[in-house]
Design a protein around this ligand. Structure first.
Ligand code: HAM
Length: 424
């Protein structure tokens, strides 16, 4: 195929039978999240650039290097959403539901980040995410993580590892930043150019720099949760004891800060050994998000799973894309005059719940039988002149190669009997 027909690098076409696996992930999310009181929200795939810059943070990799930003005709700066939380918070604030009211929402859809494509890393990828705003106890975080693990179990992933940490609250940040600055300042010359700047602007971001020299400096850095104040430590302890009480395993990872600046208190990721370097299937945490034109920040907790990565994990666990199933029935049309009666028959059968393909080209019967075989049809129905004259249909069962002349009105019952199902 000419390269012009390939999807842009980092994007993909998702077709049958693979798409059936995507539907499995989406359907399970709807079922599980509903049990915890979450309702669906759909927000635009692009927003004013400000919505992302203000909430995700202008020192993050996502904002600095990965956003697809463009100007619309009115000269407004717009950005394809790199993640779901910011847009969902904008929508919630817009509906006036942020203040005081509890709100639990889930969403699913494409996100866009201009990262270098690799296994499990796409430029258009898909997330299923949840956000719970309005109630800010540590137990909301516990239930949120429990729901994530419930969802993963439901889709066959029971062996993910939960990494957990705290980022403390704004009041701790000065103390934490001072401790980090004291650690990194003597190592400044060894840091990459970006991190040398971050030392002054946002020292936390050095902690998740991907540059090897910076990672070396990060290894010996002072860590949370020891650095945060007593209230934050208490909040974190309640998250940990809640997870313990629910019997959910986790590992405290003091190096986990997450790549988005809106987090405070709890942060978590679920990683899986079935993935390579990009081993996080899910990430989330508690946040406080400020939006343009909104005085009070919105506080909440949530997570997002990466659908492409879930599929990779399921593949590593032996789940296969479902085999394509053929139609129940192929309606063959011996001659042009048989096409419309064939369509009428097909409509009757579809109304009774059968999956039907009709030959609309009236090709030779040999070609039609070949098509029916290739499509995997279970039955071929033929209505030629003779059958139309006597109000019958020739019904051929492909598996047994048997055929029978059946009265037109009894065709559905005949098929259902053969399939061992009830007709509706
Ligand atoms: P995130 O960690 O940036 O968090 O993304 C969540 C998940 O999306 C990742 O764990 C990964 O599975 C998937 N993902 C991210 N980038 C890519 C990519 N380029 N290609 C494929 N998959 C990717 C967030 O987006 C937060 N909004 C999560 C959240 C919700 N926090 C609170 N509420």
């Amino acid at each position: 195929m000419p390269p012009e027909l390939e999807p842009v690098p980092g994007t993909a076409d998702i077709c049958v039978p693979e798409v059936d696996d995507w539907v499995v992930l989406e359907s399970a999310a709807r079922v599980v999240f509903a049990r915890y009181g979450y309702g669906e929200i759909r927000t635009p795939v692009f927003e004013r650039t400000d919505v992302f810059v203000r909430s995700i943070g202008d020192e993050t990799e996502v904002v600095q290097k990965e956003m697809y930003t463009f100007e619309d005709r009115g000269g407004r700066s717009l950005t394809l959403r790199p993640e779901g939380t910011a847009g969902v918070m904008r929508a919630i604030a817009n509906k006036g539901l942020g203040q005081g009211a509890e709100r639990r929402v889930f969403y699913m859809g494409p996100m866009f980040r201009g990262e270098r494509p690799a296994a499990g890393r796409r430029r258009q990828f898909h997330q299923i995410g949840v956000e719970a705003v309005g109630c800010c106890t540590p137990e909301v975080d516990v239930e949120c993580i429990a729901m994530l693990l419930h969802y993963l179990r439901e889709i066959g992933i029971a062996d993910g590892r939960v990494l957990l940490n705290t980022r403390g609250v704004a009041a701790d940040h000065e103390l934490v930043s001072a401790a980090l600055q004291a650690h990194f300042a003597p190592l400044k010359e060894r840091l990459c150019n970006d991190c040398q700047r971050r030392l002054e602007t946002n020292v936390w971001r050095i902690l998740d720099c991907k540059n090897e020299a910076c990672r070396e400096a990060v290894r010996a850095a002072p860590r949370m949760p020891d650095l945060v104040g007593p209230e934050s430590r208490e909040f974190f302890a309640r998250v940990c004891s809640g997870l313990d009480a629910l019997g959910l395993a986790y590992e405290v990872d003091p190096g986990l800060v997450r790549g988005l600046d809106y987090y405070e208190h709890t942060v978590f990721e679920v990683i899986h050994s079935g993935l390579g370097a990009q081993d996080a299937v899910a990430g989330g945490g508690r946040y406080r998000i400020g939006l343009p034109g909104v005085k009070t920040a919105i506080e909440g907790v949530g997570f997002a799973v990466g659908m492409e990565r879930l599929l990779l994990v399921r593949e590593s666990l032996g789940y296969r894309a479902a085999d394509e199933t053929g139609p129940d029935v192929f309606v063959a049309t011996p001659g042009v005059a048989a096409v419309i009666p064939g369509l009428v028959l097909a409509q009757d059968l579809r109304a009774r719940g059968l999956q039907v393909q009709v030959e609309l080209g009236a090709r030779s019967m040999k070609a039609q039988m070949r098509t029916a075989g290739k499509a995997g049809a279970a039955f071929v129905l033929i209505q030629g002149d003779a059958e139309l004259a006597e109000g019958s249909v020739t019904c051929k069962e492909m598996a047994s190669s048997t055929q029978q002349n059946v009265p037109r009105a009894e065709v559905v019952e005949w098929i259902c009997r053969r399939q061992g199902t009830e007709s509706s």
